[in-house]
Design a protein around this ligand. Structure first.
Ligand SMILES: Nc1ncnc2c1ncn2[C@@H]1O[C@H](COP(=O)(O)OP(=O)(O)OP(=O)(O)O)[C@@H](O)[C@H]1O
Ligand SMILES: [Mg+2]
Length: 610
C-alpha cells in the first residue's frame, strides 16, 4: 500500500521537493560546524535511548528475578547516568540547531528585504504590500524549520535503528515480525504529508490576503469612516477570516488524525507481540527480562515514529514557505532595478528627450507619445495640460522610476541608464504632488537620506522654506514626531517640510509637481514663496497649476493626451494655442479668484531674472 502511495508522488513532486531542500541547505552551510555538533549530540542521544531499552533486561532478570545485590547498586546508577548524558546532549543538539535556524532566518529576511526594496516601482503597483509583508514575516519563518526538522527526522530515524538493533538482539524472530509492520506505518506519513503541504500553501496565501486587507483598510481608515462603511468592511474581513480558519481547521484535522492512525497501527503490532512473546515466556523459551527489554525497545520506537510524522508535517509546511520565498528571490522576471556604472556629477549641463514613448505596465494606451524636449542649464520650464495629460508621467521618467519602451533620455550628454541610480537620484530633487512624511521627527524627515547634517543647516533651510516658525511653535520643535504619513501636520506645513528637505539636498535639477489641492490664500502664498527660493538659480521642471508659476517660467510645455502640443513663452502661446488659452482661462486662476496683480508679477519676473 505504501509503495503504491510512493509511486503516486510524481517525479516532479520529488524534484521540486529536492530543489527547495537544496536551496534551504545552502543557507545552512555557514553553520555547518554547529550542525555537525548538533548531529553528533543527536547520535549520543539515540545511543542513550537504546541503552535505556537495553538496561531493562538486566534490571528485570538480575534485580527482580535473580535478586542480585550488586546489580541493585549498579543498574540504578547506570540508568541515572544514561538519562543525564541523554539530557545534556539533547540540550546541546536543540540549541545549536535553533541557533543556526534563527541565523538563517535573519539572513533570508534581509535578502528578501534588500531584493524588494530595490524592485522597480511597477512591482509595487502590481503586488499588494500586504502580500510582500507576509513573505518577509511569515513564509521565511517557515523555512527556518526546514533543515532543523530534517535533522530531527534523522535523529528519530537513527534512534529507531538503534532500537531496532536492540530489539533484534533480544528476540530476532519477534523483531522480524515487528519490522514487517513498519512499512504499514509509513502510509500515514506519506499520505498526510501531501495533504498538509497543500493546506500549508493555501494557509499562507490566505494569511497574505488578510495582511493585504488590513494594510489597505487601516491606511484608508478615513475613507471607511467617512462613508460609514465599517459594517461592510467588517463583513468582508469576517469572510476572509472564516476562510482562513476553515483551511487551518483542515490542517488541524489531518494533524489530529495522523497520530492516532499511527498509534493504532502500533497497537496492532504490540498486541500480537505480547501474545506471542508471552506464550514464549510461559513455554520457558525466553526470560521475562529479555521479553520486556524487547517490548521496551518496541514501545520506545513509538515516540520516534510519532515524531517522524510530526517532522514530516513541519517539513512539508517549510517547503511550502520555501517555494514562495525562493520563487520571489530567484524569479527572473522580478529583477531589481538595473543601473549603469557612470557617476553623474554636478553641474547640470543638459536634459534631452528623444522620441520617447511610454506605456505603464499593463496599461492599454500610451501615457506618453513621441516626446521630444531639451532643457538648458538654469532654465525654468513649466509643464501645463489638462488632468491625465501625462505631466507627472513625463517627469517620473527622469529619475527612472519607470522605463520608457521607446526613445532615449539624455542627461549631461549620456543616457540615463549609463548612470548609477544613486548618483542619478542624488542629482534630482523632487517635490511631488503628494507629500509623504515618515513617522519620525521633523528633523529626521528633513535629513532623510542625507548624511552629516548639522542643526544649524537644518534651521537655515527651514527658515528659507518658511517652516522654521511653525516648527519652533510645535511642542517638541524639530523633534516633534509627525505621525504616520505626517497626519499631524497641515498640507501646507508638510509641503514646506518637503521643500526644506529639497533645499538641503541642493540638487542641480529640480522637479516640481505642484499640488492641485488648493491651500488657502495665506498658506498658498507662504508655500509659493518657499518654492520660489528653492527654484532660485536652479534648473527646474515645474508641473504648473498656478498662473504665477506659469508666468515665471522661461518656457512652457503644453501637453494633451500624452503628447507635447506646443512649447513656447507665455505671450506667444496665448496668441497661438487654443488649448493654452483654454487652460489659461479655466485652470490658472489665482486662489482668491482675481488675476495676479502687476506688482506681484513684476516681483516674480525680477526674481527669475536675478
Ligand atoms: N501608475 C500608473 N499605472 C497606470 N496608468 C497610470 C499610472 N499613473 C498614471 N497613469 C495614466 O497615465 C496617464 C497620464 O497620467 P499622469 O499622472 O501623467 O497625468 P497628469 O498630467 O500628471 O495629471 P494631473 O494633472 O491630474 O496630475 C493617465 O491616463 C493615467 O490614468
Ligand atoms: Mg500629475
Amino acid at each position: 500500500m505504501s509503495i503504491k502511495l510512493l509511486n503516486k508522488l510524481t517525479k516532479s513532486d520529488i524534484e521540486t521537493t529536492w530543489y527547495y531542500t537544496k536551496r534551504c541547505m545552502q543557507y545552512f552551510r555557514p553553520y555547518l560546524l554547529r550542525i555537525i555538533i548538533s548531529m553528533i549530540s543527536m547520535g549520543i542521544v539515540a545511543a542513550c535511548t537504546g541503552a535505556a531499552a537495553y538496561l531493562v533486561q538486566p534490571a528485570l532478570d538480575d534485580i527482580f528475578i535473580n535478586k542480585n545485590k550488586q546489580a541493585l547498586m549498579l543498574i540504578p546508577v547506570l540508568v541515572i547516568v544514561v538519562f543525564a548524558v541523554k539530557g545534556i546532549f539533547r540540550m546541546i543538539q536543540i540549541y545549536q540547531m535553533q541557533y543556526s535556524a534563527f541565523k538563517v532566518l535573519e539572513q533570508l529576511r534581509n535578502e528578501l528585504y534588500i531584493k524588494m526594496i530595490r524592485l522597480p516601482m511597477e512591482f509595487f503597483e502590481r503586488n499588494q504590500v500586504g502580500m510582500l509583508m507576509s513573505r518577509i514575516v511569515n513564509d521565511v519563518n517557515l523555512i527556518r524549520n526546514s533543515i532543523p526538522e530534517v535533522i530531527m527526522l534523522l535523529r528519530q530515524i537513527l534512534t529507531m535503528f538503534v532500537l531496532v538493533f536492540v530489539a533484534f538482539y533480544r528476540d530476532a524472530y519477534l523483531a522480524t515480525f515487528a519490522i514487517l509492520v513498519l512499512p504499514l506505518a509509513l502510509f500515514p506519513v506519506v499520505y498526510f504529508g501531501k495533504k498538509l503541504r497543500r493546506v500549508g500553501r493555501r494557509n499562507q496565501e490566505k494569511i497574505a490576503d488578510i495582511s493585504t486587507i488590513l494594510q489597505e483598510i487601516f491606511s484608508g481608515i478615513g475613507v471607511v469612516k467617512a462613508f460609514a462603511n465599517e459594517p461592510t468592511e467588517t463583513d468582508k474581513f469576517k469572510k476572509h477570516n472564516s476562510r482562513l480558519v476553515k483551511i487551518a481547521l483542515k490542517g488541524a484535522f489531518y494533524n489530529a488524525l495522523s497520530p492516532p492512525v499511527m498509534e493504532f497501527i502500533g497497537a496492532l503490532g504490540i498486541g500480537v507481540v505480547i501474545w506471542y512473546g508471552g506464550s514464549q515466556v510461559i513455554a520457558g523459551n525466553s526470560t521475562p527480562g529479555t521479553f520486556f527489554s524487547f517490548l521496551t525497545a518496541l514501545m520506545m520506537m513509538y515516540e520516534p515514529f510519532k515524531k517522524i510524522s510530526k517532522s514530516n508535517m513541519v517539513i512539508q509546511r517549510a517547503l511550502a514557505g520555501a517555494e514562495r520565498v525562493f520563487d520571489l528571490l530567484d524569479s527572473k522576471e522580478v529583477t531589481v532595478e538595473n543601473e549603469g556604472q557612470e557617476i553623474l556629477t554636478p553641474p547640470f549641463q543638459d536634459l534631452g528627450f528623444e522620441n520617447v514613448n511610454f506605456c505603464y505596465p499593463g496599461a492599454q494606451e500610451n501615457a506618453l507619445t513621441n516626446i521630444n524636449l531639451s532643457v538648458s542649464p538654469g532654465e525654468r520650464v513649466a509643464i501645463v495640460g489638462p488632468s491625465g495629460a501625462g505631466k507627472s508621467s513625463l517627469v517620473q521618467l527622469i529619475p527612472r522610476f519607470y522605463e520608457p519602451q521607446q526613445g532615449h533620455i539624455y542627461l549631461n550628454s549620456r543616457e540615463l541608464s549609463e548612470y548609477t541610480l544613486d548618483s542619478l537620484r542624488q542629482f534630482i530633487g523632487i517635490v511631488s504632488q503628494e507629500t509623504f512624511l515618515f513617522n519620525m521627527s521633523i528633523r529626521d524627515n528633513i535629513t532623510y537620506g542625507l548624511k552629516d547634517i548639522s542643526g544649524e543647516q537644518i534651521e537655515e533651510v527651514c527658515k528659507i522654506a518658511n517652516a522654521h516658525d511653525f516648527i519652533t511653535g510645535l511642542p517638541n520643535g524639530y523633534d516633534t514626531v509627525v505621525g504616520e504619513r505626517g497626519v499631524k501636520l497641515s498640507g501646507g506645513e508638510k509641503q514646506r517640510i518637503t521643500i526644506a528637505r529639497a533645499l538641503l539636498k541642493d540638487p542641480p535639477l529640480l522637479i516640481l509637481d505642484e499640488a492641485t489641492s488648493a491651500l488657502d490664500t495665506e498658506s498658498e502664498r507662504i508655500v509659493q514663496e518657499a518654492l520660489e527660493k528653492l527654484m532660485f538659480k536652479r534648473t527646474s521642471l515645474v508641473i504648473a497649476h498656478r498662473l504665477s508659476t506659469v508666468l515665471a517660467a522661461d518656457r512652457i510645455i503644453v501637453m494633451e493626451n500624452g503628447e507635447i502640443q506646443d512649447i513656447d513663452k507665455h505671450e506667444n502661446l496665448l496668441n497661438r494655442s487654443p488649448l493654452y488659452q483654454k487652460l489659461y482661462n479655466m485652470q490658472f486662476e489665482e486662489p482668491n479668484g482675481t488675476t495676479i496683480d502687476n506688482q506681484e508679477e513684476e516681483k516674480l519676473n525680477m526674481e527669475t531674472n536675478v
